[in-house]
Ligand binder design. Structure first.
Ligand code: ZN
Length: 142
């Protein structure tokens, strides 16, 4: 199957400061819903008090869920927003580093408790992306 390609235009840019105690994933999704952002590119950096992430096993098509209760910094974060079940859905991967230089990370899950995180949401307009279950991968894809 060939790659699927969409073309979009740049929309609004939102710059956020998430505060101590916020849930990183839930807060970005809530703000996208409030601003009626349906498709976006998301980046973030800062620090969390708790990290929650997963790894998707291609066989047996399921996530292994992990968490770190250490205080960590977000060293890498890339994500997008599209629609799933009628609401904005954030798909993001992040890398978190600890005081000893060790890293953990993966597919962002609910439960990342913010210490302070700066987020940029770049809206994309002119297209609709809706996630539906892909039978080949077992993932909710466009
Ligand atoms: Zn993922």
């Amino acid at each position: 199957m060939p790659a699927r390609i969409w073309e979009a235009s740049a929309g609004r840019a939102l710059v956020l400061l998430l505060v101590k105690g916020d849930d990183l994933l839930a807060e970005v999704e809530r703000i996208c819903a409030d601003y009626e952002i349906r498709v976006a590119w998301v980046s973030a950096l800062g620090a969390v008090r708790r990290a929650s992430f997963g790894y998707y096993q291609q066989e047996p098509k399921s996530y292994v869920e992990m968490a770190s209760d250490r205080h960590t910094m977000i060293n890498g974060f890339v994500g997008n927003v599209s629609m799933a079940d009628g609401r904005p859905f954030l798909h993001a991967h992040a890398t978190f580093s600890a005081v000893d230089g060790s890293h953990v990370g993966g597919h962002l899950l609910p439960g990342c408790e913010v210490f302070a995180v700066e987020v940029t949401i770049r809206e994309m307009t002119g297209l609709e992306l809706e996630r539906t279950l892909d039978e080949v991968t077992g993932l909710p894809l466009w």
